[in-house]
Design a protein around this ligand. Structure first.
Ligand code: ZN
Ligand code: ZN
Length: 271
């Protein structure tokens, strides 16, 4: 346990950046060999999605400064639900933190779909008509602020050790890239894994262009909440069509980054 603690406590920022690049590149090359959507202008598509990571990085750095201060203060003063519950085992701390944060993410994601003004921003992620690793970067800056805001609140309430948060973010990043990759698990493997965890096949259903499939599989790491709240859906590969029925224009050509930035403020179709 101490080894994991030291590993994530001392290097979490470098580890996260390194792992993100490594997993991104591995999935990128796998997509290159496996994907059959070569007719789509991938470079243009990736560039437009990649530009979101610039605004995302600035917001992430600003929020991280505040976030780190809160967590270190809480850790030093034993503040939060986890210190209050005082589990005897470090593993129970991890398990409780992961389950708690996974549920708050499910709830956050559900609300992003159900509240019209929030959906305007989240729909930018969903309007991608070609799912690949770059879709994991496609998030409107307003949504980045809301997502990180919800995370700071949830973690502040919980009060876990800093290294548990680093471990959670590390797994979250890997999962986010993998579930957006233009890859699919064999149906049988998917059926077994999706009993507990989110799979690329599950998240592809979430990116299907029409409801109720768009409003399904909200999970982050675990599939349990979707199964519990009856939002778990499956579709076969040949039934999938990515994008949004509210925005069919992006199907033929990748949408420009600046247009996606302003769209939530001017387009009233996204309800
Ligand atoms: Zn969504
Ligand atoms: Zn997605």
């Amino acid at each position: 346990m101490n080894t994991i603690f030291n590993f994530f406590n001392q290097n979490h920022q470098n580890i996260q950046s390194g792992i993100f690049v490594a997993v991104f590149l591995v999935c990128w090359f796998l997509e290159y060999y496996v994907s059959d959507s070569s007719f789509f202008p991938k470079k243009k598509h990736v560039l437009n999605n990649f530009l979101f990571s610039l605004s995302g990085a600035v917001i992430q750095v600003l929020v991280s400064v505040v976030f780190l201060k809160i967590i270190l203060f809480e850790n030093a003063n034993n503040i939060g639900l986890i210190p209050y519950l005082n589990f005897k085992s470090g593993y129970l701390n991890i398990l409780f933190a992961f389950i708690f944060l996974d549920f708050t993410y499910w709830l956050y994601h559900f609300l992003m779909h159900k509240i019209p003004v929030l959906w305007r921003f989240h729909s930018v992620h969903h309007s991608d008509s070609h799912l690949n690793v770059s879709t994991s970067l496609r998030e409107h800056p307003f949504e980045t602020m809301i997502r990180l805001g919800h995370y700071v609140l949830a973690v502040s309430f919980l009060g876990p050790a800093l290294w548990i948060i680093s471990l959670h973010q590390f797994i979250q990043i890997i999962s986010k890239i993998i579930i957006h990759a233009d890859l699919r698990l064999p149906e049988k493997t998917d059926r077994i894994l999706s009993f507990l965890v989110l799979t690329p096949n599950m998240h592809q259903v979430h990116h299907h262009y029409v409801r109720p499939y768009t409003d399904s599989n909200y999970g982050d790491l675990f599939s349990i909440w979707d199964r519990m709240f009856k939002t778990f859906y499956t579709l076969k590969k040949e039934e999938l069509k990515f994008g949004l029925d509210q925005y069919p224009e992006s199907v033929q050509q990748p949408e420009a980054w600046y247009k996606m930035l302003v769209r939530p403020f001017i387009n009233s179709n996204f309800k």
